[in-house]
Design a protein around this ligand. Structure first.
Ligand code: ADP
Ligand code: MG
Length: 652
């Protein structure tokens, strides 16, 4: 068959409405009938004006024609297919590929430039960026807006905005242009320009459906349909249409790609965030504090743990401490005898026994007196406690046997007694009134443990201390070295059993360094847990903040969502957009939190707090903030995606 004009009139119409009814309300609200069974065929290439007074149902009809709204009853066939069978993605596809909307109020997105507004329909059909930009620029130039492409809508006149919206309608081809009062808000000259444009498009074969209350405007169309109270009262000028291409109804179910346009989504999200930067910053405090505190507290935790481990080494984790004072001592400080020590030496797990007799004494050097701690101990002390001398020697077994009056100074005492002498070896001091020769100076233990008072002591042989300084041969406390660290608790038990068998009362006290350090570490663990809880709470508070700001954003931008849907966005596109915004917001919070955390950590290092940053903690905290955005952003994003396009568009 030849494609003559007569054939087109007889070919199936592009749009076919039959018995379309539409009512609003119902249920508990009063039911208002707007369209009362309206039937209408429109062929491809027609230029149709629908005219009627205000309130007659024109916009309602247009929303149905453009698949923004569904009729309450009746059927709508588009290019031969029943629209009722379409799901929401297919409807979005139709809006994006078949229709182009031009509204009285332009409906441009206020935060985007003219070019970006024009690009939107192509964005949703997945056209690559370069092609999109080229097409938008060409359209804008054709419509005389070549100089205005980077302007925001509020920097354009009404006529210019309407031309931008026509360019947007043409972006994906604009086979069918649905124009609802396109000149309603324009002065007569701009209005005339817009009508000129529509007429040109009609000449080029676009199907134009123009809605207006103005008969003069309607007269520009080739066919004029008049409606009143939801019914067609006249249909004039219906004649064989010019040849216009129909519409290829081959739906390409593009997989809802979480598009390569991630960058585009981020850029748009960033812009929105920047516009509301103050509000966003406030919202982010929760996340920032959460992330920063996780990082700082884990860094402190790790730092302290490291210090504890060092201490463990410094004290000797394989040492048992036994004091000669117990819960039921008869002679406090003297309960352990030398015979007890001999018995303990026979316990297999015990490698060494180091008796100590201690007390405070006044020490004199020249004219300087200081009160210090005197510790009589064994020659094995430096090895057992990993505490070497800095200068000179520690005393020997022989010195101990001979009750030699030799002394080894701790660094602090050495400094207090003889501030001008670096190496005290060879000097003589008085302890009480007994002269001692200084044979060595210990290295600083306090430097390692952080307690400088550990260097405020003098060590002398155990026997010398007992006989010449304290007048007591029993140890005040005893250090026992366990051969194998893992036997420490068994050894402690063995010593306790032995002594209890000998004394029949517990007039001694035992502890081991490992246990007390472990206890200390445990307190820190509890601390850490508490801080982790605080961090978790601030992250949740941060998440609620994100949710709040997103809900607010969705409410403020309802109309934008409507515009995006009218230009072909799927629900998944809207969901994606708002989720991207939520994640971006919380990512910014996360980054700020990491920076803040590192800053606080650095400041703490300055104040000598042990801090070790953990990459895992930083990555984990950051990850948590992103996930928070994803979780708390989901609800508002879904709310946005589920908006009804007509309701969203009507939102002011
Ligand atoms: P027109 O575009 O011809 O001026 P509309 O189609 O916008 O008319 O509206 C027709 C009638 O439907 C009006 O009386 C309007 O008040 C009513 N109407 C439109 N939308 C709704 C709605 N969502 N709920 C209830 N009534 C509505
Ligand atoms: Mg209207």
């Amino acid at each position: 068959m030849s494609a003559g004009a007569a054939d087109i009139a007889h070919s199936p119409p592009l749009i076919s409405l039959a018995g379309i009814r539409k009512h609003y309300g119902g249920g508990d609200k009063p039911k208002v009938d707007i369209l009362h069974g309206l039937s209408l065929d429109i062929h491809a290439g027609e230029f149709v004006a629908i005219v009627g007074s205000s309130g007659s149902g024109k916009s309602t009809l247009m929303n149905i024609l453009g698949c923004l709204d569904k009729p309450s009853a009746g059927s709508y066939h588009f290019a031969g297919r029943d629209i009722a069978e379409f799901d929401s993605d297919e409807l979005a596809w139709l809006r994006r590929e078949a229709f182009g909307f031009v509204f009285q109020g332009y409906h441009l997105i206020a935060t985007e430039s003219a070019q970006e507004n024009v690009e939107i329909p192509a964005l949703y059909s997945g056209v690559p960026e370069a092609e999109r930009a080229a097409r938008a620029q060409a359209l804008l130039e054709r419509l005389g807006l070549g100089e205005r492409m980077q302007n925001r809508p509020n920097q354009l006149s009404g006529g210019q905005q309407q031309r931008v919206s026509i360019a947007r309608a043409l972006m994906n081809g604009g086979r069918i242009i649905l124009a609802d009062e396109p000149t309603g808000a324009l002065d007569s000259r701009s209005g005339e320009e817009v009508m000129q444009l529509l007429a040109e498009l009609a000449d080029k074969g676009h199907t134009i459906i123009l809605i207006t209350h103005d008969r003069e405007v309607a007269a520009r169309a080739q066919r004029v349909i008049e409606i009143r109270d939801g019914l067609i009262i006249s249909d004039q000028g219906k004649r064989p249409a010019k040849s216009g291409p129909g519409f290829d109804m081959h739906y390409r179910a593009e997989p809802a790609r979480w598009r390569g346009d991630m960058l585009e989504a981020c850029r748009a999200a960033w812009r929105v965030m920047w516009i509301n930067r103050f509000r966003t910053a406030l919202t982010l405090l929760g996340i920032i504090i959460g992330v920063a505190s996780v990082i700082v507290m884990l860094a402190i935790g790790l730092g302290t743990k490291q210090r504890v481990v060092e201490k463990l080494g410094a004290f000797g984790s394989n040492l048992l401490y036994m004091s000669s004072i117990g819960e039921s001592s008869r002679i406090p400080g003297r309960s352990i005898t030398l015979a007890d020590l001999e018995a303990i030496r026979d316990i297999p797990q015990i490698a060494h026994v180091l008796p100590n007799v201690t007390g405070n004494k006044v020490v004199r050097y020249g004219n300087t007196d200081v009160q210090t701690y005197i510790r009589g101990t064994g020659a094995e002390m430096p090895r057992i406690q990993s505490w070497p001398t800095r200068y000179g020697e520690f005393f020997s077994e022989e010195d101990d046997r001979n009750m030699a009056t030799v002394a080894v100074l701790g660094q602090k005492v050495a400094h207090n007694l003889m501030p001008d002498i670096e190496n005290p070896v060879g000097q003589t001091i008085l302890i009480g009134n007994v002269p001692f020769q200084v044979i060595g100076m210990l290295s600083s233990k306090g430097a390692l443990t952080g307690d400088k008072d550990e260097d405020d002591l003098i060590m002398i042989p155990f026997t010398t201390a007992g006989t010449r300084v304290f007048g007591q041969r029993e140890p005040t406390y005893t250090i026992m070295q366990v051969a194998d660290m893992k036997d420490i608790f068994a050894a402690e038990k063995a010593v306790d059993e032995l002594l209890f068998a000998r004394h029949r009362i517990r007039d001694y006290g035992m502890r081991n360094a490992a246990a007390s350090i472990a206890a200390e570490a445990e307190t820190q663990d509890t601390m850490r847990l508490m801080l982790a809880l605080i961090a978790a709470i601030s992250l949740i508070v941060g998440g609620i903040g994100v949710m709040n700001v997103m809900l607010m954003t969705v409410r403020e931008r309802t109309r934008e969502i409507g515009i995006r849907m009218a230009t072909g966005a799927r629900q998944s596109d809207i969901l994606h957009q708002f989720l991207t915004e939520a994640v971006l917001v919380s990512t910014v919070g996360g980054v700020t939190g990491v920076v803040l955390g590192l800053g606080i950590g650095a400041a703490l290092i300055f104040w000598d707090v042990p801090v070790i940053f953990s990459l895992t903690a930083i990555a984990g905290a950051f990850g948590c903030s992103v996930v928070t955005g994803l979780i708390f952003g989901f609800m508002p994003a879904r709310q946005a995606a589920r908006l009804d396009p007509v309701v969203a568009l009507a939102n002011e």
